[in-house]
Design a protein around this ligand. Structure first.
Ligand code: DX5
Ligand code: ZN
Length: 223
């Protein structure tokens, strides 16, 4: 049941002066995705990574580069990130009045389409778009910073989304990614609730042994 599990280490918690090293650790740890947190100081208070950095990462890894755009006017950045080499591009439903247009734009680039929702956004808001995306990214912290605590009610939201996907026969087509406060101690319950992909930033990159932590996530998913 959990054999398709994928770990997406977030480089937000890595040493930005040594991103190549962070990618090497992800290789050694067997991570499937590289999660890139894009923040614009408007949708969220923080300011992080733009397309040039993604282009550099692209040149160093064959892994799936998973761009999580926490930005207003997401339509303006879809093409730059696609051209920089992202494999998947996720936008926030709260950041646009026209989610369908953003979905169509990402789709037109040939990249995987992700839609994300903040912890207080009703699940019902994303339902009309579920059959048009490849990924639903469930935020389990308020977006903006790594190292925050997991919001407990998130597990029920994951289960609710999984159930909706099953009812719509979309569970094999649409993956659920959970992002924020994911640690080794809470990962299993989130996977069991229906997560296909877990993002982990501080748990991986603030650890003494990031490779060991990544391997432990996969061990948990198999258990
Ligand atoms: C938060 C970001 C997350 C963050 C996760 O806005 O979207 O991806 O890097 O970091 P941790 O795992 O430390 O909560
Ligand atoms: Zn993220």
């Amino acid at each position: 049941m959990t054999s398709g599990f994928k770990l997406a280490p977030s480089i937000l918690s890595a040493d930005f002066s040594a991103l190549g090293t962070a990618l090497q650790l992800c290789d050694d740890g067997g991570a499937h995705y590289i999660h890139v947190d894009v923040m614009d100081n408007q949708f969220v208070p923080n300011l992080t990574i733009g397309p040039p950095v993604v282009r550099s990462l692209r040149s160093l890894t064959k892994k799936h580069v998973d761009v999580h755009m926490m930005v207003i006017e997401p339509e303006k950045l879809v093409e730059p990130f696609a051209k920089a080499g992202a494999d998947g591009i996720t936008f926030h439903i709260e950041a646009t009045d026209d989610p369908k247009a953003v979905i169509d734009l990402i789709r037109s680039t040939g990249k995987d389409v992700g839609i994300s929702l903040k912890p207080k956004t009703p699940v019902s808001d994303i339902v009309p778009f579920m059959d048009q995306v490849d990924l639903v990214l469930v935020m389990s912290v308020e977006p903006g910073f790594g190292g925050q605590g997991y919001i407990d009610g998130s597990t029920e939201r994951v289960a609710e989304i999984k159930q909706l996907l099953i009812e719509k026969c979309l569970q094999d087509r649409v993956q659920i990614e959970v992002d924020g406060g994911i640690k080794l101690h809470n990962a299993k319950v989130v996977i069991d609730a229906g997560a296909d992909i877990l993002v982990a930033g501080s748990e991986v990159f603030k650890a003494d042994d990031p490779v060991g932590v990544m391997r432990s996530f996969y061990d948990l998913a198999r258990s």
